[in-house]
Design a protein around this ligand. Sequence first.
Ligand SMILES: *Cc1c(COP(=O)(O)O)cnc(C)c1O
Length: 496
Amino acid sequence: MKYYSTRNENPSANDLKSSAEVIIEGMAPDGGLYIPESIPQIDSEFIEKLKSMSYPERAAEVLSLFLTDFTKAELINACNAAYSSEKFGSSPAPVVNAGDNGFLELWHGPTKAFKDMALQLMPRLLSLSLEKTGVKNDALILVATSGDTGKAALEGYSDVPRTSIAVFYPVDGVSEMQKLQMATQKGDNVYVCSIKGNFDDAQSGVKKIFADSAIISALSDKGLFLSSANSINWGRLAPQIVYYFSAYCDMLNSGDLKIGEQLDVTVPTGNFGNILAAYIAGRMGLPIGALVCATNKNKVLADYFTTGKYDRRREFFTTVSPSMDILISSNLERLLSMEYGAAFCSGNMKSLSENGFFENDIKENSNIFKNFVGISCTEDQTKATIANYFEKHGYLIDPHTAVAAFCADEYKKSGSKNKMLIVSTASPYKFPRAVADSLGIERTSDDFGCLEKIYEKTLVKIPEAISGLKAENIRFRDVVPPEKMADKVLSFADER
Ligand SMILES: *Cc1c(COP(=O)(O)O)cnc(C)c1O
């Protein structure tokens, strides 16, 4: 399997890359993202085979279809190590029923958000890729984060040989817990910095550094090359395809689904990586019905899927679901290119960067619009949904998952008969203030007080990875304007 850029209309043999190469490079040189040249197809036998497997085995099976330059042994070893019970407990991605929905809980990893599902594996894939390609320089991972990616990437790359990692986050755009998780990160190869701006400023800043040949050559002189851990990297996206297969198998095993039966999926969406993975699983042949793209008040994607117009020229809101506070969803580019080719994709991306919007015809470009449904959820609806699910079903969800649960229940009013799988992306204790507010718990002076109060009310166990933060030392306090990001990267590279 080879990969090429979403913006390359006519890839030559040289433009086709192996998965090891694209995992190392992150983004394509033309500014596009790598996509597989074809989508591997599976049948019901493949699903039958996965049914009796453990999560790491399922992961190795699905990934082997995409990462064809890795051996089965390499993949199974990497997946066993990444998804060990030490890191994820007994079950990395369980499906839990609440009401008549299934919730796919993806937050049992070390940082308590779904980013661990990819970021525990990706550093191992990168190490293997460096070996395979014989690249001599070491990787400097640059990350822009709206909160959860940063911590998950830090945790994944901390003290991994031949790598170092610098993370930038918007100073007022992440929760107190997320900030603490990052600022206390251990490891000799890590750097964390907040920027005066929002997530899009952080992401643009990182993209600029990637495109700056002077910085790239300065780093190269220091024996470093830049790579990304954001979902623009295929090594992030591929592991996310796995859990849709795993959920389907678990629902077959529990009798909630029959083989071949369609499953609707609702994904709380920000950068469009997670839902794109569901879409790819569907294109491979997993029976996925509707893909409900659930957005918060920053509903640029929900608007796109309802009107065909993607318009970032709008007010940016800071919400209780900060990991979805995004106006430029990078991975949408992959969908555009996979459905209508590189010329269509490039044209839209050019218009987005020059004019701040692009517009597609819902009828003419129906492939995009027939599978995806865009629905948005306000702040009040998010909080009401947390309260409702706890009161009615005794099930506690975080604000991101609540956005999805609200949108899923809205979608079901249209009369779909399929079973609904809602992707649950974070532990409720990662966002204790919003959860406490929703449950009518009085405000406490800090987030740690909130944790206790939520526990007293719900008796849902507090993850040690979160309650333990209180005792950790703060290591990183830098706050800089976006134009200083490059300087910080260079000085971090020097200190290494
Ligand atoms: C990153 C994140 C999302 C959004 O996922 P995308 O792949 O960026 O669309 C949703 N919820 C949580 C908790 C996240 O950390």
